[in-house]
Design a protein around this ligand. Structure first.
Ligand code: SF4
Length: 355
């Protein structure tokens, strides 16, 4: 495998101001940044040579310092409901997944932030082989661009982005924030902040940092349990960052941003899906400006988890509603392909995902 440090960085890792600084260092005028961003994000070229309003000298400099293509499509699965799932190979040979979900109200892309993950949630296939490496910002941006290229063919656009693929985004914090700024920027992909969602398993110090970034994006916490005991059994991160401290961080985030947050709650048959759990959950989040997203979790063969029956899902929802909780059940997509986090990579790349 190639050492990623030996490979040129992705041009998509450069925020607009960083590109301006690079141009200045290379004795080029600042306005070239606008032209380059236009080629990258509006015209979506695949070669520096195609940037025809730049001098040959500047194109050469760009090509000496940066990579423009960092993702190679290994497989592209399309579901009957329109969901598209990509398996990309990175320059060092690792692979990542990206999913495009098609809705009546728009197209949403779910991106990956790390190769593997070290958080160790017991229900998650992505963590089986541990963390291999962080993605650079440009490798995350490129996933959205590839999704957009797939949609260009049907004249549609990426309307929202969810950072819920493989990896813990807050374990790769600076590239994550850089990625968010570029896709949100008018000069970049111009995806509105309110159409971008980041989800974390709960790295508390980063929740405080994120609150202070003043980004108006949607923020979600993977909660999955109403008690310390159950959460620790599902998510070992709960030992380092307790439920009580997590709720304090969430309150801080809401105070600071004025935004409602979402709690993701995966329902695991017999583990956290009983009536008593719904009551405890309502108590835990009482008074917090939030929304609960119930996720009927697919069976994870490697981890012996089973789906919650439909009637139990509705019962759980009803109890939350009766307690005044704002709640929805996530619609499932891509059932006929491997659309759950980490499933495609786990199947195609067994050597990377073995624990
Ligand atoms: S659910 Fe997310 S944070 Fe937890 S192990 Fe999987 S990828 Fe990591």
């Amino acid at each position: 495998m190639i050492d990623i440090q030996q490979v040129k960085p992705s041009i998509f890792s450069l925020e607009y101001l960083t590109l301006e600084a690079w141009l200045k260092d290379n004795k080029e005028p600042k306005f070239r940044a606008g032209q380059i961003f236009d080629w990258l994000y509006k015209k979506r070229v695949t070669s520096f040579e195609d940037m025809t309003n730049l001098s040959k000298d500047l194109r050469d400099k760009l090509s000496n310092d940066f990579n423009l293509t960092t993702l190679k499509t290994l497989t592209k699965q399309e579901s009957k409901d329109g969901t598209i799932k990509f398996l990309f190979e990175l320059q060092d040979g690792y692979s990542i997944e990206t999913v495009v979900m098609r809705h009546e109200y728009g197209n949403s892309v779910c991106v990956t932030t790390q190769v593997g993950c070290r958080i160790g949630c017991t229900f998650c296939a992505s963590t089986l082989g541990g963390l291999k490496r962080n993605l650079e910002a440009g490798e995350i941006v490129a996933q959205v661009l590839e999704a957009q290229r797939a949609l260009d063919g049907v004249n549609e656009r990426v309307s929202s982005v969810v950072v819920m693929g493989i990896g813990e985004p807050f374990d790769n914090y600076d590239p994550l924030v850089s990625f968010l700024k570029t896709i949100n920027s008018e000069k970049g992909l111009n995806i509105g902040a309110r159409h971008i969602t980041v989800s974390t398993s709960g790295i508390i110090p980063k929740i405080y940092d994120f609150a202070n970034e003043k980004l108006q994006i949607n923020f979600a916490i993977s909660l999955h349990a109403p008690t310390t005991e159950i959460r620790t059994s599902l998510m070992p991160i709960n030992k380092a960052y307790t439920l009580e401290n997590l709720m304090d961080a969430v309150r801080y985030y809401i105070d600071k941003t004025g935004r409602r947050i979402t709690f993701e709650y995966g329902l695991f048959g017999g583990v956290n899906d009983q009536a008593e759990h719904a009551e405890l959950l309502a108590k835990l989040i009482k008074g917090i400006k939030c929304h609960v997203n119930l996720i009927p979790v697919n069976d994870v063969v490697e981890r012996n988890f089973v789906r919650t029956p439909r009637e139990q899902i509705f019962k759980f929802e009803k109890i939350l509603k009766a307690n005044g909780v704002n709640v929805t059940i996530r619609r499932e997509q891509g059932h006929d392909i491997d659309a759950a986090c980490g499933q495609l990579r786990a199947k195609e790349r067994k050597e990377e995902t073995r624990g």
